[in-house]
Design a protein around this ligand. Structure first.
Ligand code: 13P
Length: 247
């Protein structure tokens, strides 16, 4: 199974549902539709209404983050996995670099993953090195730490997806070389196999993915799909990625 996940970040108002309607109508008719899943993570404000609209449709709605407590608490502005599940979210991202840079620690991320899974949300756990770490050839060391400090064997690997997003690639138009990315993805799967008893969850790539460079990424069979930022805000750009992937 392949995944095309659109992360809207701070984008979208109720009428932006037009974008999803167009993506959904392509997806529902695509002859390849059973080979992949489309998930969109709009901001919190739209999760309930979009989930209702797409309840019996192919697209799934997810959240971009969740709080590290399970249900209710006295933390102002926090949204728990339980609250997300109750408004129809099926997935949640955890550990996006935007949130790590605003203070998410490994301990917080572990609780987010734990409580999200407990509430039957599938978790898209994001990892990635920054520019300096890449320059100092620390990528694999960093990724291993990010994975082993948070993921545990007891987590249900069928409900976990890992998204490798090099921070230096997000929103910059810069992408890893194919050989670099292949090597890194194989390494991530090796670590995941050691965490989860011999088999690995799906591993996605994210960072400046578009309809052109997907032609390069699709040759790397170890990559199980994409976490797409900028290009997911336009139905045409998002659909182009899927079209070119299966071309
Ligand atoms: P871009 O596709 O805009 O580089 O964003 C990637 C990302 O951060 C998705 O979570």
């Amino acid at each position: 199974m392949r995944y095309f996940i659109g992360n809207w970040k701070m984008f979208g108002v109720p009428k932006s549902i037009n974008i999803l309607n167009k993506i959904n109508s392509y997806y529902s008719r695509d002859k390849n539709r059973n080979k992949y899943r489309v998930i969109i993570t709009p901001p919190y404000t739209l999760i309930e209404s979009y989930s209702k609209n797409f309840k019996n449709k192919r697209i799934s709605i997810g959240s971009q983050n969740c709080y590290q407590k399970e249900k209710f608490s006295s933390n102002t502005a926090a949204i728990s996995p339980y609250m997300l599940k109750n408004v129809g979210a099926k997935y949640t991202l955890v550990g996006h670099s935007d949130n790590r840079s605003e203070g998410d620690t490994d301990v917080m991320l572990k609780n987010k993953v734990k409580y999200a899974l407990k509430n039957n949300l599938k978790v898209v756990f994001c990892i990635g090195e920054n520019k300096k770490e890449k320059k100092n050839k620390r990528t694999l060391v960093v990724l291993k730490k990010q994975l082993t400090r948070v993921l545990e064997r007891k987590f249900n690997k069928n409900n976990v997806i890992v998204a490798y997003e090099p921070i230096w690639s997000i929103g910059t138009g810069k992408i890893p070389t194919a050989s670099e990315l292949k090597k890194t993805t194989i390494y991530i799967k090796k670590i995941l196999k050691s965490i989860f008893k011999h088999s690995s969850p799906a591993v996605l790539y994210g960072g400046s993915v578009d309809g052109d460079n997907v032609e390069i990424f699709k040759e790397i069979k170890e990559i199980d799909g994409f976490l797409i930022g900028g290009a997911s805000k336009s139905h045409k750009k998002f659909i182009d990625i899927i079209k070119n992937y299966y071309r």
